[in-house]
Design a protein around this ligand. Sequence first.
Ligand code: 26W
Length: 817
Amino acid sequence: MKPVLQKSFDKQLFLDNVKRHLTSTYATTQEHATKRSWYLAMSRALSELTTLDLLETEQDEHILQAKSVNYLSLEFLIGRLTGNNLLNMGIIEMIREAMSELGQDLSDLLEEERDPSLGNGGLGRLAACFMDSLAAQEFPAVGYGLHYEYGLFKQSFSEGHQQEAPDAWCGVEGYPWEVARPELAQEIGFYGHVKTEQVNGREVRRWIPGMTVKGMPWDIPVVGYKSNTVYPLRLWECQAIAPFSLESFNNGNYFEAQHALIDAGNITKVLYPNDNHEKGKTLRLMQQYFHSAASIRDIIRRHELAGHAIEDLPKFETIQLNDTHPAIAIPELMRILLDEKGMNWSEAWKISSQTFAYTNHTLLPEALETWDEALILRLLPRHMEIIYDINHRFLQEVRTQWPGDVTKQQKLSIIQEGFHRMVRMANLCVVGSYAVNGVAAMHSELVKRDLFPEFHELYPDRLLNVTNGITPRRWLQYCNPDLSDLITSKIGDSWPVALDELSALKALADDSDFQHEFMAVKKANKVRLAEWVKEHLDIELNTDAIFDVQIKRLHEYKRQHLNLLHILSLYYRLTENPQFEMAPRVFIFAAKAAPGYYLAKEIIYAINMIAEKINHDPKVNEKLKIVFIPDYRVSMAEIIIPATDVSEQISTAGKEASGTGNMKMALNGALTIGTMDGANVEIREEVGDENIYIFGLEVDDVEKLKASGYNPYDYYNADPLLKASLDLLLGDTFTPGHPGKLRTIYESLLDGGDPYLVLADFASYVEAQSKVDQQYRDQTGWAKKAILNTALVGKFSSDRSIRDYVDNIWKLKQVKR
Ligand code: 26W
């Protein structure tokens, strides 16, 4: 690795560029510039450097002649770029010094950046970590996503209730790190009809769209760690083809003339905020097709520009589908090969099915996408024909494998029969891909065993595992500089690109000096978080308390309400018995609920009301504090994660595909309390049973309990602590003068049948929590466990995940620049 940028960095030129942008781009003067203007001018000047490298990487003959991965994702939750790019460029300190010559403090300027929140949660953040690791390891890659005008909504609380506001992440000035590529724009069609034409004596189907829009690409640089490699994250924005119809404009119908513009602008207007819940809205399908079609065309453009024959597509390009959201790319590529390149079916299918690979991120039935056949037929008539053809040929294969077995055909068919015929996107992806993977060992086993058992029988080599990972650059080096420096002082500075090297810290786990240094860093990070909380929420935190953290989307399966019940049990015990012994604890939550998810919003409300009461109750508030940090986002995670002592990973076994927050917190020296679910299983394998708190039912227990007829009342009636904790939700303890306002949760857990087995796991959870409490009081023992967590989770670097994809699926070669 060559820190070339560092060497070629010309401070005077850079400062001139910042000043030039300040005046020419942002129309202000050094005397009058706000911090925001300085941040914008600085970032623009920096992005000029990366744009040059992006163009050079793009034109690099070695890359043009190598195989690339195209990562197709409707979400890239990249977070703030300026600080992270400076780190990857290796010039943080130089820029800090340069900006101080202009009287500006770099840390202050970095705070001016809005998070680009172009994702919902885990799946979007994973895509961002993967792009970072591809660039760091120089495996040729392009990320393809959407340029939403509004990212994930901003969250605030009003009297405890979630409020949503639009997130115009670009601001009025535009985002300084992106660059428009108008010469690469694409035209995308919708609606219309299909006709048959004769071409050279052959019948060819041709789609005549009824409406066309423009796909305008914006490139965001993905900067390789200390290298000159910069890959594009290419985000498509939907625009009207012409600004408006001149004819109607001249006729004096100005408003009608703008209609097209308004319609086209709608397609990439806003990110859908549903996480793990599929709704089947037309505009969402339009987003998906717009994204797929623009990306596929750009991939073919690059392939042909490099001088390659279309038949060789799988030799030079592989396309990774991030969940089924871009699944329509499969029939789109088939349509181009058949209708535009004039291939026959078997030629086209051979190419297409060797190009696509698909990652499954969830087993939740309500998250598995199905699209109304009638909707696809209307919006994308030719694609529906191709899906029928794919299915027809596939079902012949099924009949050969299981002659006469109609049930198998029904189960595997891409089309779900019934009154409303639906297209099953996951089935389309499995049939149309050369590899399918789950995202953690256990999840991948469940994909084989429960989701796709017949596919697994039919294609025994197709289903694989690639355990998720996180980039150590953002999630340790950047967000926790003190711990990074401490680690580097002990084991050298190559761990950010070779995270397994952290295992050398194991030898220091019993070293009392190191323990003190390690815990002093943790303490400083807790102080930093406590200061943030004091400033923004006016809540005072005891930084000697256990910082117990659950940060993730709000969902019943993630069981924030199990955490809440534990808090209620502590409150109950403390009020019943003021002598009740426990280490002081601060419970920290951050979570957005999908705007239409009623129960999730009720859980947020309950946490906020309970926090309000407990934080002001002198009988308990020396021991207990609850903070719900609003508007959870990447930049907030960067403050919370380094300050975490206890990481809550408490989903019902079998429901969390992997989790990645679990990895981030363990890497930063937190201990996990968690179920045998997702990647928790592998974290336990790495850190050892003594350094993690595992509790609760396992997958098989969950199934057995459900099969035997689970009745939450059995647990409620048998466990006085559980009953007392739940009953606290009934009165007006937390909603003075308004009894019953927290009933919804109580009812969902009892009369609602408790679908995620909160009550069944309560006792085991409380027991594990009391073990946490005991062991935290032994600070030496705790320090050792915390160090061992950091030392032993090197496996969860996204560099390793990417190498797994490269070796087992994509078969790429590194191209160093
Ligand atoms: C169509 C609605 C919808 C939207 C988003 C359905 C499903 C999703 C995602 C698949 C939800 C998601 O982010 N899944 C998470 O993916 C992470 C990365 O693999 C995993 O770590 C999480 O366990 C999984 O919940």
